[in-house]
Design a protein around this ligand. Structure first.
Ligand code: S6P
Ligand code: ZN
Length: 190
């Protein structure tokens, strides 16, 4: 008997290949809550793809001790001055941490603690980001090409999107004089 197997999962030709890859596409019309400039948002075609996620769930959701893996492909673009970004979430089990590893492109990882302090970490090819527990996370594409990154998170983490959908992050990432800056989110509801 041969004890050597082929890999179950492989990142090949810019996509994740394997059995049972979960694929999600988020278009602008799915992201009504997150962008600040509602007028600019309404002016862009809702079918515009903002990001795609390919994930592998080798164990059932909520399995304590299991791990999930996913690759996010975030397209370049802006809504008004605000860069295309992911919805963002806390993990449902708040203390669950995560790693992001940037594959391609130029981005910003936004991190917000439970007291509402928001900070940014630059993402560039090869950069590795530890996202501590109790920290909401979202990514923004600040370049002109696709930003892709891989993520590793506990299978029992879960996703709490509602808190961000309702309150947002305390700061938003906008382009000012050609560079990304974090500014106070005036639409944050306390
Ligand atoms: C999962 C991990 C990523 C995101 C992906 C999309 O815990 O953080 O795979 O799911 O980047 O972002 P979001 O906020 O729409 O899930
Ligand atoms: Zn996460």
């Amino acid at each position: 008997m041969n004890d050597i197997a082929e890999p179950e999962l492989i990142f090949k030709d810019q996509k994740l290949v394997g059995h049972n890859i979960d694929k999600i596409t988020r278009e602008l019309k799915d992201l009504a809550d997150i962008f600040s400039d509602k007028k600019a948002y309404a002016a862009i075609n809702g079918d515009t793809v903002v990001y795609k996620v390919e994930s592998s769930f080798p164990v059932a959701h909520n399995t304590e001790g299991g791990l999930f893996y996913g690759i996010t492909y975030l397209y370049p673009g802006k809504v008004g001055d605000e860069y295309f970004m992911t919805k963002g979430h806390f993990h449902s089990i708040r203390n669950r941490a995560e790693y992001y590893c940037t594959l391609e492109g130029e981005g910003m990882l936004l991190l917000m603690d439970e007291d509402g302090n928001t900070r940014g970490e630059k993402m560039l090819p090869g950069s590795i980001h530890y996202i501590p527990g109790n920290t909401a996370h979202r990514t923004a594409n600040v370049g002109n090409t696709i930003l892709s990154f891989s993520a590793f998170w506990p299978a029992d983490a879960g996703h709490d999107y509602a808190t961000i959908s309702e309150h947002g992050f305390s700061k938003i990432l906008v382009e000012q004089n050609g560079v990304p800056v974090l500014v106070s989110n005036s639409s944050v509801k306390a």
